[in-house]
Design a protein around this ligand. Structure first.
Ligand code: COA
Length: 156
């Protein structure tokens, strides 16, 4: 998958590999107040490689999306992040589309994700992509703040 909207660097969204994990983790710590530990990414890549993509610009990993499956078979977008200097360029939306396509390819059309109720940028991205709030998850984060559970039914 190729995206030509960035004037300087050429950016691609491609499946994540083991060798990307260090850079993925760097994006994570720059992006979240409560980052997932490195072990979480190692596990996700082993368990759900089909739903793990990175955005690479000029040979550097600058963003990632990691998905998984819930017990009922639906899809779960575990995390999505783009490092601060590469935000607002469309990479977050590209990563979201890539993982959605990957779910659809294996017949998974029901997708869930959690997002902080105060994360206006991510909420706007998800709403625009067709996700809707289905529940408020009280005290979801370690600091006691709330999350929205969002849902989207994918169609071909
Ligand atoms: C949320 C995040 C992944 C978006 O990545 P991105 O590459 O900047 O996203 P895009 O460039 O595709 O932007 C998609 C939409 O997000 C919104 N957006 C992006 N940057 C924004 C900004 N600085 N201010 C306001 N809205 C913004 C816009 O609605 C944009 O739509 P547009 O096409 O009309 O501009 C990124 O901001 C990030 O990593 N944030 C920290 C981690 C996080 O919150 N992850 C999601 C929670 S699970």
């Amino acid at each position: 998958m190729r995206w030509s909207g960035i004037p300087r660097d050429e950016c691609v969204v491609r499946p994540a590999r083991r060798g990307d994990l260090r850079e993925i983790y760097l994006v994570e710590v720059k992006s979240f107040p409560f980052p997932y530990p490195m072990e979480a990414f190692i596990s996700l890549l082993i368990l759900f490689p089909k739903y793990f993509f990175v955005a690479e610009c000029g040979k550097r990993v600058v963003g990632y999306v990691a998905g998984g499956r819930r017990n009922d078979g639906s899809g779960h977008i575990m995390s999505l992040a783009v490092e601060p200097r590469h935000r607002g360029l469309g990479l977050g939306s590209m990563l979201l589309s890539a993982v959605e396509e990957s779910f659809l390819r294996v017949g998974v059309s029901r997708l869930f994700l959690e997002v902080s109720t105060s994360n206006k940028v991510a909420l706007s991205l998800y709403r625009r992509a067709g996700y809707r709030i289905v529940e408020i998850l009280r005290e979801y984060y370690p600091d006691g703040s709330d999350a929205y559970l969002m849902f989207k039914e994918l169609s071909n």
